[in-house]
Design a protein around this ligand. Structure first.
Ligand SMILES: [Fe+2]
Ligand SMILES: [Fe+2]
Length: 191
């Protein structure tokens, strides 16, 4: 069994305890891509009434972005943009954005965080909502980027006939993007 700290209250923790914890922590961090892929797999079989399940939609969104020449980080954001659908059904975009935040650019973070509202342009009117809800962000420097993500890759990725790349194509990309956070985990962006 791995070594464990001995304190039962953090106020009694020692440098020795935290050497053990830090070692375990870096192992845990290195396994993050595997946990993310496990979580993405939870979307399998969950169609939510759409023509493809949420896992297929995710791969299809990423495949379209990849075939359109997007870089690895963008493709990974496309792959994971709906990963929050399993446990954050009321704010799924925020969950994905928060998970990605330390590892991606401001622009990619913003796209993922706001894609739910921007995607509403294609269907909110069928649910009694304002399809132009995204207009509250008009003039933002990443407005066009989020519009483009939804138009080119997200709103059109419910096609059961589309030839998706296999998930194996994306796994190394997920490992690369999540290899190292670019910011301290305690530094949050202010939006
Ligand atoms: Fe979404
Ligand atoms: Fe989506």
């Amino acid at each position: 069994m791995d070594k464990q700290a001995t304190f039962s209250e953090m106020k009694n923790g020692t440098a020795e305890d935290y050497a053990i914890i830090a070692e375990q922590g870096s192992k845990h961090a290195s396994e993050l891509p595997n946990r993310i892929m496990d979580h993405l797999n939870l979307l399998k079989g969950d169609t939510g009434g759409f023509a493809v399940d949420r896992f297929t939609h995710s791969i299809q969104t990423a495949t379209r972005a990849h075939r359109d020449g997007r870089d690895e980080e963008y493709v990974v954001c496309a792959l994971l943009h709906d990963i929050g659908d399993s446990i954050a059904s009321a704010n799924h975009a925020d969950l994905a954005a928060t998970m990605l935040e330390p590892f991606v650019s401001d622009k990619n973070y913003w796209i993922v965080k706001h894609h739910g509202i921007f995607q509403g342009y294609y269907f909110f009117e069928h649910m009694g909502l304002d399809k132009n809800m995204r207009d509250q962000f008009k003039g933002h420097e990443y407005w066009n980027d989020c519009v483009e993500f939804c138009a080119k890759y997200d709103q059109n990725s419910f096609d059961p006939e589309y030839e998706n790349l296999p998930i194996e194509e994306f796994i190394p990309m997920v490992h690369n993007v999540f290899a190292k956070p670019r910011d301290s985990i305690y530094k949050r962006r202010d939006y």
